[in-house]
Design a protein around this ligand. Structure first.
Ligand code: G16
Length: 547
């Protein structure tokens, strides 16, 4: 069996965003579209036309529509490229954190994740592809930029003419000279979790009647949560709901936030609510934590985990440091200060944590976008966060709400909200950001909508490990007391542009901690409108999603 060249032409816009290339399924279904991207990736990794002989690739996705087709396409191209071995999840399934774990455990040269994360799936939904490097983390910008450049000059790609590899059961198959090993998607990941957490303590918690509701949102987290939480930890059957991954996520929008996981929130607000609620997203790297009648913000969740990390076996020796994306609230900064450890502020995108984790400068990382993780892999990890919380509840005997309120009474509460304006025409969104950037030097010192602006900038990051620079990562308007409004455009959408407005205000006074966030943040919301003229540019009177 020989590699055969297929003539092709470049496609417009194959530029990876915050986390890989995400487009409508119909875009990926165009002949040669996926192949071009994979060829460009292989050309960057192995040199134009170069061989991947001796290398192992990990391959899997969140099971969304087009996953199966894409897996077979990539297997053929990997064989044509000369890869020695591919580890593929059974049925083409691997969660994003599991890909990271498998790459690291098997010392693979890298992995391909097929997912559009929290974006809806199905024939009219979204699809995506992303490459993770040998540390298990998303490829850095120097690779993704090079891949994009290469997509713009392709004239052919290499593949093979073969039957599909049977990936429905574990086993080893040959595709030409390449070995395809179909692996259990959960096994390596479950081993890692056993090393990190006190499974006995969590087992005892469930045995004592503790009730959890884990909503897998018909996405890839289901099999992992069922195997570990129900299978190993003894939670009653039915603890994990929406546990079977479906190609269209059962029509759900698998984004674990209070808006899209409304069914979970409704259960957690009932008088007979379980002790804890949790949800994960399409590819199982995001998480939401809910107490009885009490929603935990992702920024607070990160801060609680950091504050109590030493109670968990995997972090018994303490944290080297913590890191958060710039728009994430400063709750974890306050914990880091108390603990006397470094806290890094990075641009949005998990890839920016990779160097800090590799260099041993950060142990825990998190983002406002419902992502939390640690040095155990190089992705955020939804189920890991849930197990971490369960471990803390088991060893402290406290409730979710108690742990969060303790954090607030120690460090003050960082009131926080994100307002998303989705589906804006791209030119309008760009114009809004351009006028904000043009005003940056004028804003400091001005009183706008009754609020005094202390400073304003466009966030830029210099990686402390390799010195690489990332500019224009979000406009920040800061007040003297540390409150802030941040504006940036999402890099993960597939239709038009999404403006994200992040609002944060610190409140030390415990008597004000139960006020509704939107009420406390009202002056900042007014400031955001006055400075950015959101209504005028977007034509929208209110955000489409408010979390
Ligand atoms: C990705 C990135 C995250 C980022 C999120 C939202 O998550 O890995 O770092 O916070 O997108 O990005 P944006 O604000 O640009 O839409 P995921 O879960 O979609 O892979």
């Amino acid at each position: 069996m020989n590699a055969i060249p297929i003539a092709t032409k470049p496609f417009f816009g194959q530029k990876p965003g915050t986390s890989g290339l995400r487009k409508k399924v119909t875009v990926f279904q165009q002949p040669h579209y996926l192949e071009n991207f994979v060829q460009a990736l292989f050309d960057v990794l192995h040199g134009i036309g170069g061989s991947a002989a001796g290398q192992t690739l990990v391959l899997g996705g969140d099971g969304r529509f087009h996953n199966r087709v894409a897996v077979q396409t990539i297997l053929r191209m990997a064989a044509a490229r000369g890869y020695t071995r591919v580890l593929v999840g059974r049925d083409g399934i691997l969660s994003t954190p599991a890909v990271s774990a498998v790459i690291r455990r098997h010392q693979a040269s890298g992995g391909i994740v097929l997912s559009a994360s929290h974006n809806p799936g199905g024939p009219d939904g979204d699809f995506g592809i992303k490459y993770n490097v040998t540390n298990g983390g998303p490829a850095p910008e120097k690779i993704t930029d090079a891949v994009y450049a290469r997509t713009q000059e392709l004239t052919s790609y290499q593949t093979m003419e073969t039957a599909d590899v049977p990936i429905g059961a574990c086993g080893v198959f040959m595709l030409g000279q390449m070995q395809v090993e179909v692996i259990d998607p959960v096994a390596d990941y479950a081993d890692l979790m056993r090393d990190l957490f006190d499974f006995d303590a969590i087992r005892a918690l469930f045995a004592g009647g503790f009730r959890l509701r884990f909503d897998a949102m018909c996405a890839v987290g289901g099999p992992y949560a069922k195997a570990i939480i129900e299978g190993e930890l003894g939670a009653p059957a039915g603890t994990v709901v929406n546990a079977d991954p479906l190609e269209d996520f059962g029509g759900l929008h698998p984004d674990p936030n209070p808006v899209n996981a409304e069914d979970l929130i409704a259960h957690m607000m009932r008088a007979d609510a379980p002790d804890m609620g949790a949800a994960s997203d399409g590819d199982a790297d995001r998480n939401m934590i809910v107490g009885r009648g009490f929603v935990v913000s992702p920024s607070d969740s990160l801060a609680v985990l950091a504050a109590h990390a030493q109670r968990v076996p995997g972090y018994r020796d303490g944290l080297a440091g913590v890191a958060r994306s710039m728009p994430t609230s400063t709750a974890v900064d306050r914990v880091a200060k108390r603990l006397g450890i470094d806290c890094f502020e990075t641009p949005t995108g998990w890839k920016f944590f990779g160097n800090l984790l590799d260099a041993g400068r950060a142990t825990l990382c998190g983002e406002e976008s419902y992502g939390t993780g640690s040095s155990h892999v190089r992705e955020k990890d939804g189920l890991w966060a849930v197990l971490f919380w369960l471990n803390l509840l088991a060893v402290t005997g406290k409730t979710v709400e108690q742990l969060v309120r303790e954090l607030w009474s120690t460090d003050g509460r960082c009131f926080y909200s994100r307002h998303d304006y989705e589906g804006i025409p791209t030119e309008q969104a760009d114009a809004l950001m351009a006028q904000l950037r043009a005003r940056l030097t004028d804003l400091p010192g001005q009183r706008i909508a009754g609020v005094q602006v202390a400073a304003a900038d466009d966030f830029a990051y210099v990686d402390p490990v390799d010195g690489s620079e990332s500019r224009k990562q979000g406009v920040r308007i800061m007040l003297a007391d540390g409150s802030r409004v941040v504006f940036r455009l999402s890099g993960t959408g597939t239709e038009g542009a999404t403006l994200r407005v992040y609002l944060e205000q610190h409140e030390p006074d415990v008597s004000r901690h139960s006020l509704p966030a939107q009420t406390v943040l009202a002056p900042l919301i007014a400031l955001a409108e006055a400075v950015a003229e959101i209504r005028r540019y977007t034509g929208m009177d209110s955000p489409s999603v408010c979390t």
